[in-house]
Design a protein around this ligand. Structure first.
Ligand code: AMP
Length: 225
């Protein structure tokens, strides 16, 4: 099963993606996480991407598109993938659809998590990253995924790992820029979503991201059935 998941930063896309992954044998391919691993490891790719990411700009297509297309060809993606954070614009979307067709790969579902822009922004500022596993959601404002306190500091609620906030999550200008890109229906992510909304062999699923984590996942699972 191959799935694309869309949602603005702060929509719970990562949390829902982790839930989808428990139900289906898909490998989570997250463009932003690939960049972060490369930045942490000081690779050439990381060095090239860092300046764009810190400002909330998209990393140029000539770096991002081959990175994702190559990732989807790796062994652990053979049984299916959940692609998250890509495509972010129509060029990426159309290139992806074309490349998959050429490789004989099919998209089964395209998920869109709908969320109001202001709510998305408020949510972003409270989320925390687990040092051990990117799929351990933690958020200081949501009881269901609140970090736990250990020795006077907040740690991951799943594994007790160290938590950090992403620099670009605490920078309001960067958040606004990311949302400008997401909600842009001319050249941004909304334009890519509209491209996939029409459907070409896949099922397009829309869920209301303003509800609780459980309610969103129930709606999503029912529609994925
Ligand atoms: P995310 O974790 O999805 O919010 O991604 C973090 C940052 O990585 C974004 O703000 C972009 O700078 C970069 N990035 C992630 N995915 C893409 C993409 N598909 N195209 C270009 N840049 C991306």
């Amino acid at each position: 099963m191959n799935i694309l998941i869309f949602g603005p930063n702060g929509s719970g896309k990562g949390t829902q993606g982790a839930i989808v992954q428990k139900k289906f044998p898909v490998t989570h391919v997250e463009s932003g996480a690939i960049f972060r691993v490369n930045i942490k490891g000081g690779t050439e790719l990381g060095k090239k991407a860092k300046a764009f990411i810190d400002k909330g700009d998209l990393v140029p297509d000539d770096i991002t598109i081959p990175m994702i297309l190559n990732r989807l060809q790796e062994d652990d993606c053979k049984n299916g993938w959940l692609l998250d954070g890509f495509p972010r614009n129509p060029v990426q979307g159309e290139t992806l659809a074309k490349a998959l067709k050429e490789a004989g790969m099919k998209i089964d579902f395209v998920i869109e998590i709908d969320l109001d822009r202001q709510i998305a922004k408020d949510r972003i500022m409270g989320r925390r990253l687990c040092a051990n596993d990117n799929n351990h959601p933690n958020h200081i404002a949501f009881d269901a995924i609140k970090p736990v306190e250990k020795d006077g500091k907040l740690v991951c609620r799943v594994c007790g790992g160290d938590l950090s906030a992403r620099a670009d999550d605490q920078d309001e200008a960067a958040i606004n820029k990311r949302h400008d890109i997401y909600y842009d229906d001319k050249t941004g992510t909304m334009a890519a979503i509209n491209y996939f909304r029409k459907g070409d062999g896949w099922k397009f699923i829309n869920v209301d991201g303003s509800k609780s984590i459980d309610a969103v996942s129930q709606e999503l699972m029912a529609k994925l059935a």
